[in-house]
Design a protein around this ligand. Sequence first.
Ligand SMILES: Nc1nc2c(ncn2[C@@H]2O[C@H](COP(=O)(O)OP(=O)(O)OP(=O)(O)O)[C@@H](O)[C@H]2O)c(=O)[nH]1
Length: 261
Amino acid sequence: MWNPNSMDHRQMEKRVIVGRVRPTWARNLPEARDDDESSDVNMMPQSDPPSPSDQWDKHGKLDDKYDVFGKVMLLGDSGVGKTCMLVRFRDGTFLAGNYISTVGIDFRNKVVAVDGIKVKLQIWDTAGQERFRSVTHAYYRDAHALLLLYDVTNKTSFDNIRAWLGEIREYAQDDVVIMLLGNKSDSGLERAVRREEGQRLAREYQVSFMETSAKTGLNVEAAFAHVARALVVKADPADPARLAVRAQPSQEQRSSCPPCS
Ligand SMILES: Nc1nc2c(ncn2[C@@H]2O[C@H](COP(=O)(O)OP(=O)(O)OP(=O)(O)O)[C@@H](O)[C@H]2O)c(=O)[nH]1
């Protein structure tokens, strides 16, 4: 059943205590620093939200430090770990016990290298809550890639993936790169969705799949690297070999399947 606000009472209480009132795009702008090489966040106007079709070179800030550029959106139910995924990838840290629900939409830039090709990823973190859905829909159209997250400890967030894929079909471009991520794979006994279920769903919709952990960092780099490779292939479709999914081996795989590592 579609339940975009699926989360437990503990999370709800946290949200009430620390809930943001400012949109994240506005709140984060002054925090960006000029010496922060891979972030162009402070280029955003401070009074209006970013336009869905905003091209950063209008601000004269894009330079020749990359070869391929792509907009990547993080999607999925509230609480699945989208913000933590972005922070882990961007800053290498984990926002433990610090659940503040995203309001509106936010983004960060990071340049990654794929076989010597520099790919600038502009990563948009969206609010999972239903009340922001109309805002985020406007951004789908310009996205080159979508990372669709569910929480392996939250079956509802997994069940809602079909509805998310329906929205993607409705609002995103036909050739958008889609990757399904089962996040919080570190959660052990709390797990409610088996890896095989995620794999099966991904196969059904013909999208790539990995289990990730923003907490431990498992597959976070690998997921973004996969997206970056896909963007390189889009730019140079003559070389589809770049697209092979290269997940890090999980703990179980490391202990039971040496050839996989
Ligand atoms: N154990 C574990 N907890 C995680 C992981 N990723 C996120 N969390 C926790 O899950 C909660 C929600 O994470 P967020 O990143 O804020 O979730 P979100 O999807 O951005 O939520 P919205 O902004 O409401 O859409 C936080 O308490 C995080 O600490 C993970 O990989 N493992």
